[in-house]
Design a protein around this ligand. Structure first.
Ligand SMILES: [Zn+2]
Length: 402
């Protein structure tokens, strides 16, 4: 196909029936982030499907991830493998397309099946978020490869297994693949069912602070004890006071404690922050260190800090805005009206943007009610969004620098 043959012609190349069939098959496989067997099955199916494209498919082992138990012990959390496809790595201009194979629905969740809501809409786990989006990547690239000039550029596809829990086992891989790329596209579902894209995003961080005090008898020698619950409570008030217009702080849980007649020697405090800017993120980090040092000194307790910001805020800079404008213009060529709006949600687009690569991260299907048993996907959007991405890739391949 000639690069500038009518963009509408792209739609004719796309096999919408195959897309729907594949999405139904993929959504029927449970891939809750903790379901390693399900993720393994899915990774194999994706590796086969993406082998239809040129390049090399690889299943990449997850990075080691630890968490803190309620007893204050650090333990390792298992994760599934990630799929990576590398096409024409020698090309000068290269893109990265990313998605995730995991869903928020564990293997024992009642929501496991795909059903029809009406002629154009299916309901099913991960249909919109984002097995539909993974399928859009596949068919957008198949279509892109039929366009003359596609062979001048290269791209990587990365499909991780742990996005829904923060991409802790794939963060390094995402950053590695993003670095040096010309542009990135991520296939979260559109922000609204009408196809509206997510624009700027805030960031998020999760922390577990373990406080070790000293136990003593509550009546006999309380002065010899160092109360970990009191120290944790003091810390809660200090970090809550750090919330402001550009950052939220949510102390979520204190675990630990002991019997009523014992000065508690252990507390684990969990909290989440949502910084809206890099500056707010960095300011909080410094303030937290100061608060921890003060608690340590004033309460004479031991403190262990685990976690941090896993998704930095994603402002939209000039280069990223030009990518948004390009997507909008490609949409117009295809008769699709594309707008955008900021969102409080986070995704791998945050981590890609942090590497300085422009990204539009809601290139997936139109749908909604994600993370709930009402999750739905608008079926005609499969073909529509595959054509949109193919067109975007075609224009990114020939145009001037963003
Ligand atoms: Zn998602």
């Amino acid at each position: 196909m000639k690069p500038d043959s009518a963009p509408q012609a792209l739609l004719d190349v796309i096999d919408a029936d195959a897309m729907l069939r594949e999405v139904q098959e993929w959504a029927a496989i449970n891939t809750g982030t903790a379901n390693i067997a399900g993720l393994d099955t899915m990774a194999g199916i994706l590796a086969d499907a993406f082998s239809a494209l040129p390049g090399e498919v690889e299943l990449v082992e997850p990075a080691t991830v630890t968490a803190i138990s309620g007893e204050g012990r650090e333990f390792e959390k298992p994760h599934g493998r990630h799929m990576v496809l590398r096409v024409r790595p020698e090309a000068e201009r290269r893109f990265v397309l990313t998605g995730h194979m995991d869903t928020v629905f564990p293997g024992d969740h009642p929501f496991q099946e795909v059903s029809w809501l009406d002629d154009e809409t299916i309901n099913g786990p991960g249909t919109a978020d984002m097995k539909g989006g993974l399928n859009v990547i596949l068919h957008a690239l198949k279509t892109f490869e039929t366009i003359e000039g596609a062979q001048r550029v290269g791209y990587d596809v990365m499909i991780n297994s742990d996005e829904e829990t923060g991409s802790l086992a794939s963060r390094g891989l995402i950053e590695e693949l993003a670095r040096g790329k010309y542009a990135a596209l991520t296939y979260e579902p559109s922000a609204l069912p009408d196809g509206t894209l997510a624009h700027a995003r805030g960031g998020t961080g999760n922390y577990s602070i373990t406080i070790h005090g000293r136990s003593a008898h509550a009546g006999r020698n309380p002065q010899d004890g160092r109360n970990a619950i009191v120290a944790a409570s003091d810390l809660v008030l200090r970090i809550a006071a750090l919330a402001g217009d550009d950052i939220t702080v949510n102390p979520a849980k204190i675990e630990g404690g002991s019997a009523n007649n014992v000065v508690p020697d252990l507390a684990v405090l969990r909290f989440n922050i949502r910084p809206k800017s890099t500056e707010a993120m960095n300011r909080f980090d410094g303030e937290l260190d100061r608060a921890l040092a003060a608690i340590k000194a004033e309460h004479e307790v031991g403190i262990h800090r685990h976690g941090g910001v896993t998704r930095p805020p994603k402002p939209v800079d000039a280069k990223a805005q030009r990518l948004f404008d390009l997507v909008k213009s490609c949409g117009a060529e295809l008769g699709q009206k594309i707008g955008w709006q900021p969102t409080g949600g986070v995704c791998d687009g945050n981590n890609i943007a942090a590497t300085g690569v422009p990204v539009v991260d809601t290139m997936g299907v139109r749908g909604g009610a994600i993370h709930s048993p009402d999750e739905f996907m608008i079926v005609p959007s499969l073909r529509e969004r595959a054509a949109l991405s193919a067109r975007v890739l075609a224009r990114l391949s020939t145009g001037d620098h963003l």
